[in-house]
Ligand binder design. Structure first.
Ligand code: ADP
Ligand code: MG
Ligand code: MG
Length: 210
């Protein structure tokens, strides 16, 4: 399987639907350890990205990802907008000039996205952030690629690992973002950003499998 720009537009459209379906859930998670806006922030940002993609109609993978990045950065307040925006921007740069992405390109884009997330947010593994879903997902994707998996297998492995990483945020004490203000009281709750990241990876895997 190869992914072109239209495939990435389809991904963003589908992720926007998934986020809308999970808006209340993400808000509930953020109300426990944050300020109850993660579902709202992402829903607004993805809806804006869908509208912008329709207006600009980019065709190259890199241009699709860049349009999403700039929209998220400009339209979403809070931590998650700039973080996801930076991830998409780095992914865009990683696939510059490629009309279609194969498994190794997808993994390179995911690696670049994570590097962007970490450069921007300075979170380390175990800080109870979206990095705790993204990191395991990337490790699993790289492992699956090395083992000879195609894009479908790579993304399925990544989605499973992202969900495991998401669940593993529950006992953690937050050391970054708003949840860190709660100190030890942040333990016992699943991180909202790790949850939206796991949803993103599951959306990629589901689309790749169809
Ligand atoms: P805000 O906290 O500004 O209201 P959101 O609620 O949209 O923003 O996003 C909160 C999520 O952002 C957290 O659940 C966490 O996963 C993620 N996050 C916060 N700070 C960081 C950081 N420094 N690095 C990575 N992720 C972070
Ligand atoms: Mg919030
Ligand atoms: Mg907020």
């Amino acid at each position: 399987m190869r992914v072109n720009g239209a495939g990435l537009v389809q991904l963003i459209n589908r992720y926007a639907e998934v986020v809308a379906e999970n808006r209340t859930y993400l808000i509930e998670l953020d109300s426990a350890i944050g300020d109850a806006d993660h579902g709202e922030n992402l829903d607004r940002g993805l809806k804006a990205a869908v509208a912008k993609l329709e207006e600009v109609a980019p065709t190259a993978p890199s241009d699709v990802l860049k349009t999403v990045a700039t929209t998220l950065i400009s339209k979403v307040g809070g931590a998650a907008g700039p973080l996801y925006g930076t991830a998409f921007l780095r992914a865009s740069a990683a696939v510059q000039g490629k009309p279609e992405l194969e498994a190794s390109d997808i993994v390179a884009a995911l690696r670049a996205a994570q590097d962007g997330l970490v450069a921007r947010g300075k979170a380390e593994p175990g800080d109870k952030t979206m990095v705790d879903a993204w990191g395991p997902a990337l490790t699993a994707a790289e492992g699956a690629l090395l083992a000879g998996s195609d894009a479908v297998g790579v993304l399925a492995a990544a989605a499973d690992a992202a969900e495991a990483g998401m669940r593993a945020t529950v006992p953690l004490v937050a050391r970054k973002g708003r949840a860190s203000y709660l100190g030890p009281r942040s333990a016992g709750h699943q991180d909202p950003g790790a949850t939206s990241t796991a949803l993103l990876f599951r959306t990629m895997a589901d689309l790749a499998a169809t």
